[in-house]
Write a protein that binds this ligand. Structure first.
Ligand SMILES: Nc1ccn([C@@H]2O[C@H](COP(=O)(O)OP(=O)(O)OP(=O)(O)O)[C@@H](O)[C@H]2O)c(=O)n1
Ligand SMILES: C[C@](O)(CO)[C@H](O)COP(=O)(O)O
Length: 232
């Protein structure tokens, strides 16, 4: 199966509260976006990338891609109001059978993890990278009180990439749009239709840059990874 990737970078970074959008923040001397795209560029399974950016940031993104020499990025398109809208716009621009969906805000993903998601989706139809939850998770009543504690051994913190048959995911998006169903990730859109999504165990380093403390953590993780890659 040939795989394309939709990399979504069209958020506003509200929780980060930085002077500019998260994909353009510096991380170990390069932009968050450059780190993210490099993993897909290095992944032999991925043949093309659609980058979805905040309207008005196409030029900024194109300059990074040109400087980095990322040849797989075939289109840079504007995203929508919600992540779901940005993903759908990217899927519509892709022409591959397989579609990976990845948050640009997850710059520590590895090519090996991307490939593992592709292979799992080829076997099971869809897959998502995830890690076992470490904390005990509570459900609240919305008024600040705990009402339930799901069994921790059944809980996974899902990440991206998530991998799908492109047309199946597009159909699931359209059905959700028709039914007014919102989703914070793409696997949800298949789950609600009773489709199976395989879990691919990743690692805790594949964090999403969301709030200010995430950036120094990502710096440390990157420095550790680079240190491990240095010849002894
Ligand atoms: N309308 C949107 C919203 C989010 N995203 C992307 O989806 C990923 C996950 O979203 P999140 O981490 O929430 O990013 P933001 O929406 O920018 O953050 P916030 O919710 O704090 O504003 C990010 O790579 C973000 O750029 C997107 O492409 N289009
Ligand atoms: C898709 C995701 O990264 C899976 O954990 C997450 O749901 C994105 O949430 P966000 O609020 O759009 O960052």
């Amino acid at each position: 199966m040939n795989w394309g990737a939709v990399v979504v970078a069209a958020g506003r970074g509200t929780r980060m509260g930085a002077g500019e959008n998260k994909p353009y923040l510096m991380l170990a001397g390069r932009t968050v976006l450059a780190h993210t795209l490099e993993a897909f560029e290095r992944c032999a399974a991925v043949t093309s990338i659609i980058l979805v950016v905040t309207p008005g940031e196409q030029k900024k993104a194109a300059e990074i891609i040109g400087h980095e020499g990322f040849g797989k990025v075939s289109l840079i398109i504007p995203g929508g109001a919600e992540r779901q809208d940005s993903v759908y716009a990217g899927l519509a621009a892709l022409d591959t059978e397989g579609a990976l969906v990845h948050d640009a805000a997850r710059p520590l993903v590895t090519s090996k993890q991307i490939t593992a998601c592709c292979r799992a989706a080829e076997e099971h139809g869809a897959s998502a990278l995830a890690v076992p939850v470490k904390d005990t998770i509570k459900v609240s009543d919305g008024n600040g009180f705990i009402v339930a504690t799901p069994e921790r051994r059944t809980l996974w913190s899902v990440q991206t990439p998530q991998a799908f048959l492109r047309l199946e995911l597009m159909q699931a998006h359209r059905q959700a749009q028709e039914e007014g169903a919102s989703a914070t990730d793409d696997a949800m859109l298949l789950e609600r239709l009773g489709r199976k999504v395989a879990i691919v165990e990743g690692d805790y380093a594949n964090l999403k840059i969301t709030t200010p403390e995430d950036l120094p953590i990502a710096e440390l993780l990157l420095a550790r990874r680079l240190g491990e890659e240095q010849p002894k």
